[in-house]
Design a protein around this ligand. Structure first.
Ligand code: NDP
Ligand code: MG
Length: 330
């Protein structure tokens, strides 16, 4: 069973006198900066010259500096910019500011686990990863709660790496909900596998395959869209709130019987074998290498795939149908 930490396990004193540099003010960055600041920690936000977020961060009462100055000032520096730019920004603007005993923090393990950032040996390397988007991390904190998070130590130079991580997580509000201990390896590999096989890749292909099957059999695409895509949210919400059995209790017995007998035919042994191969590609680093090279090639493959996918009838039709549903307009 996983080790889970709560408020009582965190020692905020460990961060006394330590400045926390938050690099980036996006989804996670704005939430971390504001929560830690409200928790009484010493925060500086590191942003690029001319970044429009500078004004937003200042308006929130935060100290703002250039990335290199923030990294220099920070005893703890957390990388909250997109994963695919972290290695470059780290090399150019963060590394020069790191001194012995500093800590380098992440909210996702990709760059450390796959050697895109190779940290010097005399610093702590820690992950504090909320299991929710930044706006929720902020909202829960304001409401007196927190978002469950992960903590992991990759390198413990000072002997206080875990304590620093937990104190940071407490400032974020995360220990109010629970902070689960993991490793950079486990967080990174499960995150990539989950998004590839289930959440993004698996789910979108399942929806498209169902839609294509109905349309090719002569059913109206509008009806196929509602059946295979639109209603997915209803079922996912039921699973999210009540678990799989709870969902089955809440759909009709006909739906439940069809689920129990036909579901395993869709996700059959071949699909499960393919999932294992996808996991192997994550574990071996083959996917990471491919993605790093793809970025170096200006995402040539990705752009081609994006264009092709956007032209699928489920997308063009979906746009039309969603415009009929006023509650879906932002
Ligand atoms: P965002 O994409 O929201 O971060 C954008 C921020 O990074 C902006 O401040 C942006 O500045 C800045 N930025 C972008 N490019 C650069 C650059 N080249 N140099 C300097 N700053 C730059 O990131 P997220 O908050 O989504 O992700 C941050 C980290 O958190 C990642 O490691 C991610 O995996 C992790 N994470 C994200 C979660 C989420 O729900 N989003 C959940 C858990 C972890 P500008 O406005 O100028 O572009
Ligand atoms: Mg420093």
């Amino acid at each position: 069973m996983a080790k889970i930490y709560y408020d009582k396990d965190a020692k905020p004193e460990v961060l006394k006198g330590q400045k926390i540099a938050i690099i980036g003010y996006g989804s996670q960055g704005h939430a971390h900066a504001q929560n830690l600041n409200d928790s009484g920690l010493d925060v500086v936000v590191g942003l690029r010259d001319g970044d429009p977020d500078v004004e937003k961060a200042k308006a929130a009462g935060l100290e703002v500096a250039l990335v290199e100055d923030a990294a220099k000032a920070g005893d703890i520096v957390i990388m909250l910019i997109p994963d695919d730019v972290q290695a470059r920004v780290y090399g150019e603007s963060v590394l020069p500011g790191l001194v012995s005993g500093n800590a380098l923090f992440f909210a996702h393990g990709f760059n450390i686990h796959y050697n895109q950032i190779v940290p010097q040996p005399d610093i702590d390397v820690v992950m504090v990863a909320p299991k929710g988007p930044g706006p929720m991390v902020r909202q829960m904190y304001v409401e007196g709660g927190g978002v469950p998070s992960l903590v992991a130590v990759y390198q413990d130079y000072t002997g206080t790496a875990l304590e620093r991580g937990l104190a940071y997580a407490k400032g974020l509000g995360a220990t109010r909900a629970g902070v689960i201990e993991t490793t950079f390896k486990e967080e990174t590999e499960t995150d990539l596998f989950g998004e590839q096989a289930v959440l993004c890749g698996g789910c979108s292909e399942l929806v498209k395959a169902g839609f294509d099957t109905l349309v090719e059999a002569g059913y109206q695409p509008e009806i196929a869209y509602f059946e295979c895509l639109h209603e997915l949210k209803l079922i996912v919400d039921l699973i999210h709130y009540h678990g799989i059995s709870g969902m089955r209790q809440r759909v009709s017995d006909t739906a439940e019987y069809g689920d129990l007998t036909r579901g395993p035919r869709v996700i059959d042994q071949d699909v499960r074998e393919e999932m294992k191969r996808i996991l192997e590609g994550v574990q071996s680093g083959a996917f990471a290498t491919e993605w790093v090279l793809e970025n170096q090639a200006n995402r040539a493959t990705m752009e081609a795939l994006r264009r092709r996918e956007a032209a699928h009838p489920i997308e063009t039709l979906g746009k039309e149908l969603r415009s009929m549903m006023t509650w879906l307009q932002e």
